[in-house]
Write a protein that binds this ligand. Sequence first.
Ligand code: ADP
Length: 499
Amino acid sequence: MTPLHIMMVTAEFAPFAKVGGLGDAASALAVELAARGHQVKVVLPLYGHLDRPGLGIRPLKKLPPLSLRVGYGMHDVEFHVLGRGGGRLQVVLIGCDDLYGRPGVYGDAAGEVFSDTVARAALHAQAALLLPRLLGWPVDVIHAHDAHAACALLYRDTWYAGRDVPGSGATVLTIHNLAHQEIHPTAATETLGLPASQAVYPGLLEFHGRINLMKAGVLAADRVNTVSPTYARETVTDAELGCGLQAVLAGRGDAYSGILNGTDYRLWNPARDPALPAGFTAGDLAGKAVCRRALMRELGLDAPEDGKGRLLRPLCGFVGRLVTQKGVDLLAPLLPRLAADGFTFALLGTGEPRLEKQLRKLASDHPQRVAYVDRYDDQLAHRIYAGCDVFLMPSLFEPCGLSQMYALRYGSPPVVRATGGLADTVVPFPEPGATGFMFQQGRDQELLACLRGVEKIWPDAKLWRAIQQRGMAVRFDWSSAAARYEAVYAEALAHRKEG
Ligand code: ADP
């Protein structure tokens, strides 16, 4: 397609401003779009934790310092850029000591969410919308990611309505997780500098006596998408997964779609992964057995093997945030019984204290069969994806999910619940072309039945290898995802509301 000028507004951008999947996705998509010839500007706050000299962050001297109003306060703003620039991808950072000077994207190191979230989002959005005019950028598409950045689309439709810049750009909102909508008391409308009428129907922000930034973005954007086709469907049909926005999303009709995220296969390649004790490929899986033994030794796990170097029961891996979403509540009660039957478990993750405590207890009760590591450890995560036989991802909902994609690539068939991106990326046994295993309802007995099915076919090494090899051959690449985003940009441009 004709190269576009795209401005991405996002609170996260990997690797330096990453909290979850949004950071990876925004970063990978921006890089891919630039590689396809588009001019991409990414705008995010200059967070206090960013290592300015280390990252090559320098002030954008062309622009004089600026003062912007948020609520009743004025805030000094300075723009910075990352790296030397010159390429098609430019990262602009909004410096504002009052609002972004402290470390953290959404909250502090203790997990406490910042109390001035709305002010931070408002300043980010205002500054982003000023940039095209200040720097003489032509902007074809403003692409906002998640609820914070949705604020930019809200302003585009209110403050900037009817103005040529930046209202000339079409707008796209990508929802990475509908569970995080930024819902606040109506008084926050003042912080946003918008009239109280915006908090009352038919105002964009109105949400059952409060305001909702994600909702405003969904209504304001020319096109809206989320990160998998199944999650897009679920969020308009399932009240629980729609998190109160199902009718609003359904109201957007064809303007709302799902585009599956991709994976960076340069970082996730079992043949050349420096974190692994041995490499392997789909054609030669010998190294995977070395990885499995090394992992069990590292974690102190022990279980009997058959005569041919396979375990009698599979080693099950889990890597993820320990939150309700990830289905840990389904898994934990099953562990004692499965451990007694000879299954082993390598579990890595941090999150809700009650879940950490539960896993710690299970590991201490079954030291040879259950290992739990309570930290964030990227290298160990690689060793678990490579060393386990099956990868567990019994999520209650999953907008896209990356872990199952890594598990497939590393020859560890995933055991997933039929939801969101998991349903879109795993072909369940016994379907032809199976790459993993799936259960339907979020109940522990369904997960147990699914694992009993795994147990049944596990002794058939040939069948197992075929499932592994098919999964290892599947690719979810960013270039297909970027092509789908180009189509959404084209639709947004063709159907953009009058700015
Ligand atoms: P989400 O974005 O909901 O957390 P995803 O599956 O999309 O879930 O992505 C999670 C990513 O974070 C994966 O790359 C996974 O390997 C990684 N991850 C999660 N917890 C840990 C941990 N404790 N240590 C290392 N990596 C982790």
